[in-house]
Design a protein around this ligand. Structure first.
Ligand SMILES: N[C@@H](CCC(=O)N[C@@H](CS)C(=O)NCC(=O)O)C(=O)O
Length: 275
């Protein structure tokens, strides 16, 4: 692991690092915020997965989560959204290829060799974070938009790895959305059973979620028809999953929305992770 930068923030440290990932077959950049409490011993850890077009940097610079993490004594990990580099396949569209890994393991050409973002997060980066930073084995996960989809699906697939779950404006039913169908076809092929296993609204009905879920969604979000919060709300009701879904009047899809409700999400995770 190489340190790209470290800066003091709210008496803690905001760092940016890179490492060579065996899983994605390329160098990956990620950010970690360590709160001041980590000087005295390991702290719980929250993962923030970002959305389409983002790198590790958007949420790190725009979500304002560091102040809340310092208040509660939580570390926050900000991974990248896809593999990067000249060897990695890409597409002209902003919502496929680089910046659009969807936190799944691609099986199809030309994506399969590098687009393994699910394994990257839960294996490579999880192990690295656990070894290289002062964190407890008590992790939660959240994310925005494509990253909200990632948070929901990775938590449901790996409940042994994540104890707490929330999402900001998640892509909630990708197999029924233009933010999902194109990408699942490209990355996973035509087998729609495989798509279902990567769709939060469908996966919830199969796998369930053993704890509760917080979802915030802007009622003025310009992408509401692509996000489909109504499918997730129906699945949560059908499965009787304890949940708080808030349609936030007037808020759009931007980081103004994420940063407005960031404190609530960090507090939600802190309470459940024992911070
Ligand atoms: N650029 C796309 C939308 C991409 C977008 O809204 N990305 C969200 C996540 S899905 C984001 O976080 N963008 C980066 C930012 O706001 O910093 C479009 O114009 O249709």
């Amino acid at each position: 692991m190489e340190t790209i930068s470290e800066a003091r923030a709210y008496e803690g440290v905001q760092g940016v690092y890179s490492h060579s990932s065996h899983t994605t077959g390329c160098d990956m950049t990620f950010a970690v915020y360590m709160p001041p409490q980590a000087k005295y011993g390991p702290v719980p850890c929250l993962w923030y997965l970002s959305g389409l077009t983002c790198t590790h940097e958007n949420a790190m610079t725009k979500a304002g989560l560091q102040a809340h993490a310092a208040e509660f004594g939580l570390a926050i990990v900000f991974p990248d959204t896809s593999p990067r580099g000249d060897k990695v396949a890409d597409d002209e569209a902003y919502d496929l290829g680089k910046g659009a890994g969807f936190y799944i393991n691609a099986t199809e050409k030309p994506w399969a060799p590098h687009f393994k973002m699910e394994d990257y997060i839960v294996k490579d980066l999880r192990a690295l974070v656990q070894n290289a930073f002062e964190v407890l084995d008590s992790h939660g996960i959240t994310g925005h938009s494509m990253g909200g989809h990632g948070a929901l699906t990775l938590a449901m697939k790996y409940p042994e790895l994540f104890r707490s779950l929330s999402a900001f404006a998640p892509i909630a039913n990708p197999s029924q959305s233009d933010w999902g169908r194109k990408q699942f076809k490209a990355y996973l092929g035509d087998n729609e059973a495989l798509w279902a296993a990567n769709d939060a609204s469908l996966l919830l009905k199969e796998a369930g979620w053993p704890s509760d879920i917080l979802i915030d969604q802007g009622a003025g979000d310009q992408f509401l028809e692509l996000l489909k919060p109504e499918s997730l709300a129906a699945a949560l009701a059908e499965t009787r999953t304890p949940s708080t879904i808030r349609m936030q009047e007037g808020y759009d899809h931007s980081y103004y929305f994420v940063s407005t409700f960031g404190w609530d999400h960090v507090a939600w995770h802190a309470e459940r992770l024992g911070a």
